[in-house]
Design a protein around this ligand. Structure first.
Ligand code: XIL
Length: 336
């Protein structure tokens, strides 16, 4: 049948995959070939994060990311960057968290952030068409903006977020700049969505250069739960997307996979359930013409970061099946 990129291309969408560094991902010629066949975009699952690119003070290491992107270029896949800042202390390298910010902590924090964003964006230059500048700046339970090792020294989260996007724009002037977060349609995310909307509004008012919202789309059992409760699960989600797009933002699906929690145990029923969840979510989300990219967070079950999720193992004694292709790279119902 037609490849994913052919199907999506008809709808004006690009299709991408997050490429890991390991033996079963970038190290596997068959997985690389599947990715090149189905996709026209590549993003590094980990290799372009702060931790990977900037593991020690003043030390940058682009080897792994360069290797993945060189391969992508050769195969004709476009390159996206993920992520300049992941706004949680545990995702910064230890050295940043433990850094001595000295007598002028604000200055030192600005120097670090500037050094990081400038060095990374300039290294890749126009090779990267779209950057996640900031990921997960909202504390989901409270709906407050997260404070991190850098925000606390830079006059708060908003100032640091604004600074990050301005630095990215100045140094990667042709790249699309994305705010990337996991707020989903579920009821538990009411505060999270409200906070993302408020953030996008505030940034727009400040003139912060944000072009798009990245919808991570680690899709949970949302439609099932709401159907059981007799509610339409995507009403609030539509309202949210309506508001985001009314502000003029583009959308991308940046980290797609589908939870297989709370589904029947046998493989066929499980895979069918996953495909149905995907359809419910994508029918709504892809109805927005502002969505330009559909990016999978690993395209085969065995490489997914959700693979060893305890819940699935506990439920049915089987590893997760959350991706469009199985462990042997065979297409699953979700693929269609
Ligand atoms: C995950 C990777 O898939 C893992 O390999 C890594 O250990 C942790 O990060 N949201 C994001 C991604 O924005 O960067 C995360 O990726 C998954 C959740």
């Amino acid at each position: 049948g037609p490849t994913l990129k052919e199907v999506a291309g008809k709808k004006g969408l690009r299709v991408g995959n997050a490429m890991g560094n390991g033996r079963t991902t970038f190290g596997d010629p068959a997985y690389r070939a599947l990715t090149a066949r189905e996709c026209n975009v590549i993003v590094c699952e980990n290799a372009t994060k702060w931790q990977s690119l900037h593991p020690q003070p003043g030390v940058f290491d682009f080897k792994q990311a360069d290797a993945i992107f060189a391969w992508a270029r050769k195969e004709g896949l476009k390159r996206r960057g993920h992520t300049l800042v992941w706004q949680e202390d545990r995702w910064f390298p230890r050295w940043v968290v433990e850094h001595d910010f000295g007598a002028q902590p604000g200055r030192e924090a600005e120097r670090l952030l500037t050094e990081h964003i400038t060095t990374v964006t300039r290294h890749f230059g126009d090779d990267i068409y779209s950057w996640d500048v900031m990921s997960e700046a909202v504390d989901s339970p409270t709906g407050e903006l997260r404070e991190s090792v850098l925000t606390r020294r830079l006059g708060g989260a908003l100032a640091q977020i604004d600074m990050s996007f301005r630095l990215a724009r100045a140094n990667a002037p042709h790249a699309q700049l994305v705010y990337n977060d996991y707020m989903g349609p579920e009821r538990g995310a009411v505060k999270h969505r409200a906070s993302v909307l408020k953030l996008l509004e505030t940034l727009k008012a400040k003139g912060t250069p944000v072009d798009a919202l990245g919808l991570q789309s680690h899709v949970g059992p949302w439609s099932d739960l709401e159907a059981k409760a007799g509610r339409s699960p995507f009403l609030e989600w539509r309202k949210f997307l309506d508001e985001v797009t009314a502000m003029g933002y583009q959308l991308i699906i940046s980290e797609f996979d589908i939870s297989d929690r709370a589904l029947p145990g046998d493989v066929a029923a499980r895979d069918a359930g996953v495909a149905a969840r995907a359809k419910d979510y994508l029918d709504v989300t892809l109805s927005y013409r502002q969505v330009t990219d559909f990016i999978m967070w690993g395209m085969a079950d065995h490489v997914s970061f959700l693979r060893n999720q305890k819940t699935t193992m506990r439920e049915h004694g089987m590893p997760t099946r959350t991706a469009p292709f199985d462990d042997d790279l065979r297409p699953k119902p979700l693929r269609d």
